[in-house]
Design a protein around this ligand. Structure first.
Ligand code: HSE
Length: 432
């Protein structure tokens, strides 16, 4: 039985998806049973890499989600609206949905899954995180026997490219960003990537799957990479680290229940850590669970082909279900969303982590002593203090702490800022 699908969007990923579906030879036989009957685009005038027979391409996106013949709507528009409304309308019409849209799923997943469960349809999103890397289905199914303890990912290729290039060339953030934009690796408006928002959307989705509860996107503590300088990368190197933008979801036992840490920030990663060697636009996700231990997923986190590979795998999943059991209102719990509650998130001030901090100070007696005493008074134990370089007249003092409570660390910094000899604190980074 052929299954009719409608694509919303024919950009990079839409084109990649159509190319796979229109060329099924040598791939899974299920692909031969899928017909693209409509493709929704914003403009009919744009030149297209894939050709469809007359009438398939339309600017009337609503006609796709309302088409009674279409069983699966594949949303590849990106952005919040009209993606959210079209997904909800497709669900209301009892269509299954496949999406690559991390922004809409991270922010409106609760509403979308409640509607999908009510309507008895699937909303699958393998392509939303890690591009071509299989990570959603492994978390839902293959790793389901484990208690997940942490998910740590490099899940934004743009920032990983920028940090890798800064490390390789000793260059500063601004110049590498400009070059990345010229090469098409970074968007003209790089905000979502460089400020960590894209990674925050993705870790919200992964956390929800790994920790068995819904997650509010605004609960993800998010810091981007604009503050990372060539000097920090050099100091990190000397101390045995590389700097990566990590997205972290980690369970901590709270007083009464499990609490979840959710954060995105530039992080000093020990050079021998599995995530330290992930360079360029690649993504990787390190999952730790009990009894499994660690497993790392690595691969291309973006791009037409890899992302389309994930989109088509979701389409195939639904086609297989439609062909084997027909339309049913009983959803497979290993594919649908079965969460009933929101995870409890630990406030950032209460999280214990290690910090790297770079101070610029006048080179006068007593500054390092004052730092030691002030940190000590606030229960912040130091692992190392080095003074190597100068910026003009100002000495650079780099401090690495042991695991300390973020709130205590911030209080100590507020006191240190008041010392006259301290000019500024240009960098505060966390250490894995
Ligand atoms: N903008 C993302 C990245 C790719 O740089 O990784 C799409 O998720």
């Amino acid at each position: 039985m052929a299954v009719k699908i409608g694509l919303l969007g024919l950009g990079t990923v839409g084109t990649g998806t159509a190319e796979i579906l229109l060329d099924p030879t040598g791939r899974n036989p299920l692909l031969g049973d899928i017909t693209i009957t409509k493709v929704g685009v914003r403009s009919l005038d744009k030149p297209r890499q894939v050709q469809f027979v007359e009438g398939v391409i339309t600017t009337d996106l609503e006609s796709i989600v309302n088409d009674p013949d279409i069983a699966i709507v594949v949303e590849l528009l990106g952005g919040l609206e009209p993606a959210r409304s079209l997904i909800l309308q497709a669900i209301a019409n009892k269509k299954h949905v496949v999406t690559a849209n991390k922004a809409v799923m991270a922010r409106h997943g609760d509403e979308i899954y409640a509607a999908a469960n009510e309507a008895g349809v699937y909303v699958l999103l393998e392509a939303a995180v890690g591009g071509g890397i299989p990570i959603i289905k492994p978390l839902k199914q293959s790793l389901g026997a484990n208690r997940i303890t942490s998910i740590i990912g490099i899940i934004n290729g743009t920032t990983n490219y920028i940090l890798s290039k800064m490390t390789a060339d000793g260059a500063d953030f601004g110049e590498v960003l400009t070059e990345a934009q010229q090469l098409g690796y970074a968007e003209a408006d790089p905000t979502a990537d460089v400020d960590g928002l894209d990674a925050a959307d993705k870790i919200a989705i992964l956390a929800s799957l790994g920790f068995g509860g819904r997650v509010k996107r605004e609960d993800v503590h998010c810091e981007g990479i604009r503050q990372v300088t060539a000097a920090d990368i050099t100091y990190a190197e000397q101390l045995g680290f590389v700097i990566k933008l990590l997205a972290i979801a980690k369970g901590t036992e709270g007083a009464n229940s499990q609490q979840l840490q959710l954060r995105v920030h530039p992080t000093l990663v020990p050079k021998d850590h599995p995530l330290a060697s992930i360079n360029g636009v690649y993504n990787a996700v390190l999952v730790e669970g009990n009894p499994l231990g660690q497993v790392m997923f690595f691969g291309p986190g973006a791009g037409a082909g890899p992302t389309a590979s994930a989109v088509v795998s979701d389409i195939m999943n639904i086609v297989a279900i439609l062909q084997s059991s027909g339309v049913s209102t009983t959803l497979d719990p290993l594919l649908s969303c079965v969460h009933q509650h929101f995870c409890q998130i630990t406030p950032i001030e209460a999280i214990k982590t290690r910090f790297y901090t770079r101070f610029l100070s006048r080179d006068v007696p007593g500054v390092i002593g004052y730092l030691g005493i002030t940190f000590g008074n606030n229960e912040v134990s130091l692992e190392s203090v080095v003074q190597i370089g100068f910026q003009g007249e100002l000495a650079e003092i780099v401090v690495v702490t042991h695991h300390v409570c973020e709130g205590n660390f911030r209080t100590a910094l507020d006191e240190i800022r008041n010392l006259e000899a301290i000019d500024s604190i240009p960098s505060i980074l966390r250490v894995l």
